[in-house]
Ligand binder design. Structure first.
Ligand code: BGC
Ligand code: ZN
Length: 355
């Protein structure tokens, strides 16, 4: 079969003939795979933790949507079901044994298409049904390729809902309508964070350092999400009008962390998701700020099976209302490998169609 391979740790990308060894489970035909920043970092040789499953190449791809071809003797799935596989597979620590490998304690997990397990950018794969979710209740099945990035947001929501009960933090009418959430980064994750937190009832402001392309603006306009371009208005001036109660960062730069610590309101909530491999500078004032303001700061990565389930539900309930299809800005063939290197004008999420 065809597969898109990379060579850890140097990266690179090639379409090759591939045959899987030691795979058991439900036979799935790949329908579509998404490309994200992680894939581009891997291809560029910038992710130090990537490792092959066997030999010295790794099949790329952790964002996938497939169709069951043969469910064998496994219960609960049948030919023709649309399914999404999980990225991270448990090791042996306590959290992994509890099904919360997203909170793995010792790093012994593997991740499909990233570390120690071949990914889904190939014609087909065999999957353990424990790590497979059925796409049900979603009219436009093709948007379910967004399940994997969306599950990360569902975990952020779980963390937010936990942190906000630290003190009676809700508004006087018991809702979150008086709370402003600033989202840093306007890629797929940033847009998905914006819509999910909008459904929680917060006001959302999405932030970037430059004007957006029309594809991104039309998505935000349609969903009534405010955009702050910090090249034309500073965060400081914006928070005078709309205080920063919550900040979620999808960028991972020190500049953003500083802007958050300077501007977040007392008793605010900060969730950090983005990583950029940056080393802290000597300006440590931001720590004092966060301490002085009683800020709740949480790091968040990956998500549990339950978050995939919630993501599928969200796609079913809100996929049409928020036009989530607009996030997919291009569909390509498996041999169009240039898409791992170039950024198209107006690009948000690129998808490879396999069948
Ligand atoms: C995936 C996560 C994964 C992380 C780090 C992200 O792109 O969505 O599931 O844990 O990369 O490997
Ligand atoms: Zn990803």
């Amino acid at each position: 079969m065809r597969a898109i391979l990379t060579t850890p740790p140097t990266g690179g990308v090639q379409l090759s003939d591939f045959s899987a060894k030691d795979e058991k489970g439900i036979r799935i035909k790949t329908y579509a795979t998404g490309i994200c920043g992680t894939d581009k970092e891997i291809v560029g040789g910038r992710l130090p933790f990537i490792r092959p499953q066997l030999g010295n190449t790794l099949v790329l791809g952790h964002e996938a949507l497939g169709i069951v071809e043969d469910s064998g003797d496994f219960q609960g799935f049948k030919k023709g079901d649309f399914v999404v596989p999980m990225v991270r597979r448990p090791g042996n620590c306590r959290m992994c044994r509890l099904g919360r490998q997203d909170y793995c304690e010792d790093g012994q997990f593997v991740e499909a298409g990233i570390r120690g397990k071949d990914g889904f950018m190939r014609d087909e794969f065999l999957e353990d049904p424990r790590f497979l979710l059925k796409v049900e209740g979603v009219d436009d099945k093709s948007i379910a390729v967004l399940t994997e990035p969306l599950k990360n947001v569902m975990k952020m929501k779980e963390i937010f809902n936990f942190l906000r009960t630290r003190i009676p933090w809700y508004c006087e009418d018991s809702t979150l309508a008086c709370k402003n959430l600033y989202v840093f980064g306007t890629g797929t994750e940033g847009l998905l964070i914006s819509v999910v937190f909008k459904t929680l009832g917060t006001n959302v402001v999405i932030v970037n350092r430059h004007p957006l392309e029309e594809s991104e603006m039309s998505f935000l306009d349609q969903n009534k999400i405010d955009f702050l371009d910090t090249s034309s208005e500073s965060i400081e001036s914006r928070v005078m009008k709309e205080q920063m109660d919550v900040a979620i960062d999808g960028v991972g730069s020190m500049d953003v962390l500083k802007a958050i610590s300077d501007n977040v309101r007392n008793n605010g909530i900060v969730i950090l998701f983005g990583t950029a491999g940056q080393v802290a500078s000597s300006n440590y004032q931001f720590i004092d700020n966060l301490v002085d303001k009683n800020t709740s700061v949480a790091g968040s990565t990956d998500g549990a099976k339950e978050h995939y389930r919630e993501a599928i539900q969200f796609l079913g309930n809100y996929g049409g209302k928020y036009s989530l299809r607009k996030i997919i800005t291009g569909t390509y063939r498996p041999d169009e490998l240039h898409i791992f290197k170039e950024k198209e004008k107006g690009e948000i999420k690129k998808v490879i169609a396999w069948s």
